[in-house]
Ligand binder design. Structure first.
Ligand SMILES: NC(=O)c1ccc[n+]([C@@H]2O[C@H](COP(=O)([O-])OP(=O)(O)OC[C@H]3O[C@@H](n4cnc5c(N)ncnc54)[C@H](O)[C@@H]3O)[C@@H](O)[C@H]2O)c1
Length: 264
C-alpha cells in the first residue's frame, strides 16, 4: 500500500517545475494522495501550474494567501471537491517586496515590510484560522510550512524574510498547541537548504549561499526532491506524534560552525 493512499490535501505555491511545492505535489500523488493546487491569480497566469494540474489530475483554485475571504472560498472549494474535510496542507508561500526592489534591511520601505510579513508569515495564521473555523482538517491531519535557517541565525541578504520566517515558525508552534489539543492536527515547519527556485534566486548572494551551505553540510544541500520526501513523511501516519517542530532538511548544515579547518 502507498504511504498516502486515501489521503487528500491542499498544496500552495507550485509556480513552475523548480518550485519546492511542485516536487511535493508530484511526490504525494505518487504516494496515492489526491490534491487541490492553489496560487495567486497572477502566478496562475504567469506560471506553469496548469501543466502540473493536468499531469496530476488536480483542480486549481486561485487564492491570495493574505486574503481571508480568498482562503475561505479556497477551503470551501477544496472541501466541496473532496466531499468533506481533508488530511494535509503545504504552505509554500513567500515574497519580500523589499528584496524585489533592492531595499536593504537597514533602510526598508515599511509598507513593503508589512507586506513581507503578511504574505510570508501571517498568511499561515490566516490559513490555519480558516481551516480551524471550518473544521476542514480530519483528525490527525498534518500542516507543513517551509522556512529557512535565517529565522534562527543571521544570514545577510535574506533581509526582512528572516523576520517573516521567525514569525512563521512561531505561528506553527502556537497554532500547533491549539489545533493539536482540540483536533489532533499537527503543524510543523521544514527548514530547507538554499534551493534554486524563482523565490530563491531573488535573494542577493544566493549562488554563494548555496555553494557555502553545500560545502559545509556533511551530506550536502537538500534538493527540492529531498524536501518533497520529508514533507511526504510528515503528511503520512508514520509521523503522527510529531508536531510544533522546526525540522532541518539541510544535510546537517545547521549543526556546523563554519570554520576554515573544515576546508583542509
Ligand atoms: N528556495 C529556497 O532556497 C528556500 C529555502 C528555504 C525555504 N524556502 C521557502 O519555500 C517556499 C516555497 O518557495 P520556493 O523556493 O519553492 O519558490 P517559488 O517561487 O517557486 O514559490 C513561492 C510561491 O509563493 C507564491 N506566493 C507569493 N505570494 C503569494 C500570495 N500572496 N498568496 C499565495 N501564494 C503566494 C508564489 O506564487 C510562488 O508560487 C517559500 O516559503 C520559501 O521561502 C525556500
Amino acid at each position: 500500500m502507498k504511504l498516502l493512499e486515501g489521503k487528500k490535501g491542499l498544496i500552495f505555491g507550485a509556480l513552475n517545475d523548480k518550485s519546492i511545492a511542485w516536487k511535493v505535489a508530484e511526490a504525494v500523488c505518487e504516494q496515492g494522495a489526491g490534491i487541490v493546487l492553489t496560487n495567486t491569480p497572477l502566478a496562475l497566469r504567469m506560471g506553469e501550474t496548469a501543466a502540473l494540474a493536468e499531469a496530476t489530475g488536480s483542480p486549481v483554485i486561485a487564492a491570495d494567501a493574505t486574503s481571508v475571504q480568498d482562503l475561505e472560498a479556497l477551503v470551501d472549494g477544496t472541501m466541496a471537491h473532496f466531499g468533506g474535510p481533508f488530511d494535509f496542507v503545504l504552505h509554500a508561500v513567500g515574497m519580500s517586496p523589499n528584496i524585489r526592489k533592492g531595499r536593504p534591511y537597514e533602510d526598508p520601505n515599511y509598507d513593503f515590510f508589512m507586506k513581507t510579513l503578511d504574505i510570508s508569515a501571517l498568511s499561515l495564521h490566516k490559513l490555519l484560522g480558516t481551516l480551524y473555523r471550518k473544521d476542514a482538517l480530519r483528525e490527525w491531519g498534518s500542516v507543513v510550512a517551509l522556512t529557512y535557517i535565517a529565522a534562527d541565525r543571521v544570514m545577510p541578504g535574506y533581509n526582512d524574510m528572516a523576520d517573516a520566517k521567525a514569525m512563521l515558525q512561531s505561528v506553527a508552534r502556537n497554532f500547533g498547541m491549539v489545533y493539536g489539543k482540540s483536533r489532533h492536527v499537527r503543524i510543523n515547519t521544514v527548514s530547507q537548504s538554499p534551493t534554486p527556485t524563482t523565490a530563491g534566486s531573488g535573494i542577493k548572494g544566493m549562488d554563494r549561499m548555496l555553494g557555502c551551505a553545500d560545502a559545509y553540510s556533511p551530506l550536502g544541500n537538500a534538493t527540492a526532491e529531498d524536501c518533497a520526501s520529508l514533507v511526504t513523511a510528515l503528511f503520512s501516519d508514520l509521523t503522527r506524534k510529531v508536531t510544533m517542530q522546526n525540522i532541518y532538511n539541510d544535510g546537517g548544515f545547521c549543526a556546523v560552525l563554519p570554520n576554515p579547518m573544515y576546508d583542509e
